[in-house]
Design a protein around this ligand. Sequence first.
Ligand code: FAD
Length: 401
Amino acid sequence: MRLVIVGAGFAGMYAALSAARLRDIEGVSPEELEIALVAPEPTLVVRPRLYEPKPETLTAPLLDVLNAVNVVYVQGTVDNIDSRARTVSVVGVKGDRKTVPYHRLVIATGSRLFRPNIPGLAEHGFSVDQLGDAIALDRHLHDLPKWPVSEMRDTIVVAGGGFTGIEVATEMPARLRAILGKDASPRVIIVGRNEAIAPDMGAGARPIIEEALRMLGIETRLGAGVATLDKSGVTLTNGERIESATVIWAAGMRANPLTTQIPAERDNFGRLLVDNRLRVASVPAVFATGDAARAACDGVGNYALMSCQHATRMGAFAGNNAAAELVGVPTRPYHQEGYVTCLDLGEAGALFTRGWERKVEMVGAKAKKTKQEINTVWIYPPKAERAAALASADPEHVTEV
Ligand SMILES: Cc1cc2nc3c(=O)[nH]c(=O)nc-3n(C[C@H](O)[C@H](O)[C@H](O)COP(=O)(O)OP(=O)(O)OC[C@H]3O[C@@H](n4cnc5c(N)ncnc54)[C@H](O)[C@@H]3O)c2cc1C
């Protein structure tokens, strides 16, 4: 029997570990149940950190930990799923193609930034969405000192006033000063369609974010969108023109398009609708998890967000349940009652909230310490040591907050 997991992000990594854990607990051998993980690279890209300097360092190796728990790594990209024949088609790095049959499939292909069809965005917009995007932005920023000094060179426009937009924008003054010299006076402007900054954060947290932006000298243009981009700046929907060599798009996410290959219902973000076992109920033998799935996380109407916090735990439940079906033991209902947010505010510290109503629990340097611990310890893979790696993937204990 073979369980195939597609994607080596937070959800895919924990799906593999937790399936291996269940196999181990049930005394089933890797020959009887093969667990295969397909991804372009055997590394975890630490996406929540991609707004930081040195993005090329923000990956973690996975091969040793997968080997330690007898998960087979298959290098390549899945470009076709045949859910009737129960096979996936994998394209290798050299363009070679192979068909891999599965008895259960876990789709953990994550998400991508949504880039609307705005003139100039594809040619001139930067982002911090995928590793390559963050590296391209970093190279561009390091190139700026060669440009003639001008307002355009020193101005960064961040399109999107949500979590990612705020984290990128608040990091930029320090990043630019480090590159352009301490006498530089970078200008950072957040453009957001909503009338309020951080529309999802609620009234309690917003004044803290507004104060951080004031402290860092970050300007906002709210209630307006980007209408067009060109090589020297943006024009907003209200007609305002901002000269800028660096426009960073940080507005909106969509599930990876591989989800469209599953003949099932999806939400507005392209996420597959799943039941409480994280099964795509209408398609036999297929599970979806992480940013690729829409799942209820409690009994009072909250749904998992496209977040690391949810992807990790959803991954552990999906892997456990897919393996449980193959081994013939009961599956477990996914549930995730706890919810916290920790928003980086650059040199202004961070903001930590608890609960769906986003009650402020920590601010400033204290919250920043927690953010650094989350970003450098908690979200990284476990050590490549069999017992510890398996123990880390108990679905009931992954991402307890
Ligand atoms: C700048 C930024 C800041 C963020 N900040 C936070 C934060 O503070 N807190 C938080 O909780 N979340 C944050 N997030 C969101 C978080 O990163 C995502 O929710 C999380 O990465 C989702 O995990 P995932 O495993 O579902 O998908 P991903 O991490 O996107 O992983 C997807 C995996 O699938 C692979 N893959 C994709 N397509 C294929 C294919 N066709 N075949 C094979 N493999 C494939 C990819 O290579 C990758 O290995 C942030 C994201 C960004 C970009």
